[in-house]
Design a binder for this molecule. Structure first.
Ligand code: PEP
Ligand code: MN
Length: 350
């Protein structure tokens, strides 16, 4: 931490701040300029109280952090790209995973039909919500446990890996029994108690960026998962709230490049929730690949217009291969990545 003192602080004032720094367990190094003094406090902030409190002192103008507050998620801690396994499916480094499925599990037949279409298109990871976090309490909230049973059936019958959202601590155990990766949604991205509890379940976690989270807050949320025992975190950019109304959210492409530079964790993009509109999904997906994404999560439904949630942004699952898989394939090759790799022999490299 760098403690910047106000101009013309008296020698007694400087000594007062210096004494506080020592008392808090840090080694102070004074840098005396012509007008002002700066104190570099040397020490690990995770082991001592935060120096931010010094902002309250009359002599202090600002306290500037030097160390990142998200250590485990950062490249300073681990430089090489991490690879996370979702069932038999690796993601990260040169492994690009296209994850797809309906916004919500609506019935046994709907999820099975979607899964069959997507599997035929070469998709190995199915995503569908059994528990849905909806803005209105009057909207479809998901089938809950019944939805989880449907996902378990798909997994059993088709052998696809499953990603599904957990919206509350009371569901973690049930969700973790079925899911190969748990999704923490945008609305819960800063629910730190939930993150701590989810981390303890031992499964990989797909962490969406909160719609009003800065990149540093998103990475700090990942740090919560990691410091509580979950090393297999996949970051997901899904668009943020801005003044723009032409799209549901604004896909923050810079965040993909920045997250990749700052963190070793795989970064994926959800163009469906960013766009909110099916015709924008492909161009946003291509932009994500170009920015360095390690995967995509895209909503697809056998009858999008009849979907019980997010109808306008879901793509028809029947034509997913022509609409998405084939158009993105050359871009993934160009990025030097393999599409949908699978670690089990004979399991569709396509
Ligand atoms: C979803 O994935 O269906 C969802 C609700 O997404 P988000 O949390 O990004 O809004
Ligand atoms: Mn959705």
């Amino acid at each position: 931490m760098i403690i910047v003192l106000k101009p013309h602080t008296s020698p007694e004032g400087i000594e007062e701040v210096r004494r506080h720094v020592v008392e808090m367990g840090y080694e102070p190094r004074l840098i005396q300029g012509v007008q002002r003094t700066v104190i570099a406090a040397v020490g690990d902030e995770t082991e001592h109280p935060s120096l931010e409190t010094l902002k309250g002192m009359a002599e202090v103008e600002n306290v500037v952090p030097i160390q990142k507050r998200y250590k485990l998620a950062s490249r300073e801690f681990h430089d090489a790209n991490s690879v996370v396994r979702i069932g038999q499916r690796p993601i990260g480094e040169s492994n690009f995973q296209l994850i797809a499925g309906p916004c919500a599990v609506e019935s046994r037949q709907q999820i099975m039909e979607t899964a069959r279409h997507l599997q035929a298109a070469g998709i190995g990871i199915l995503r569908g919500g059994a528990y849905k976090p909806r803005t209105s309490p009057y909207d479809f909230q998901g089938l809950g446990e019944q939805g989880l049973d449907c996902l378990a059936e798909v997994k059993e019958e088709l052998g696809m890996a499953i990603v599904t959202e957990v919206v509350g601590v009371t569901h973690i155990e049930k969700v973790a029994r079925v899911a190969d990766m748990l999704q923490v949604g945008a609305r819960n991205a800063q629910n730190y108690h939930l993150l701590e509890q989810v981390a303890a379940c031992g499964k990989p976690v797909m962490l969406k960026r909160g719609m009003a989270s800065t990149i540093a807050e998103w990475l700090s949320a990942a740090e919560y998962l990691m410091v509580h025992g979950c090393q297999n975190v996949v970051l997901c950019e899904r668009g943020i709230r801005t003044f723009e109304t032409a799209t549901r959210n604004t896909l923050d492409i810079s965040a993909v490049a920045i997250a990749k530079q700052e963190s070793h964790l795989p970064v994926i993009v959800d163009p469906s929730h960013a766009a909110g509109y099916c015709k924008l999904v492909l161009p946003l997906a291509l932009a994500a690949i170009a920015a360095g994404a390690d995967g995509l999560v895209i909503e697809a439904h056998p009858h999008p217009l009849d979907a019980l949630s997010d109808a306008g942004q879901q793509l028809p699952s029947q034509s997913f291969r022509q609409d998405i898989v084939e158009p993105i394939r050359p871009w993934i090759q160009l990025a030097g990545k393999i599409l949908n790799p699978c670690r089990t022999l004979g399991c569709g490299l396509n």
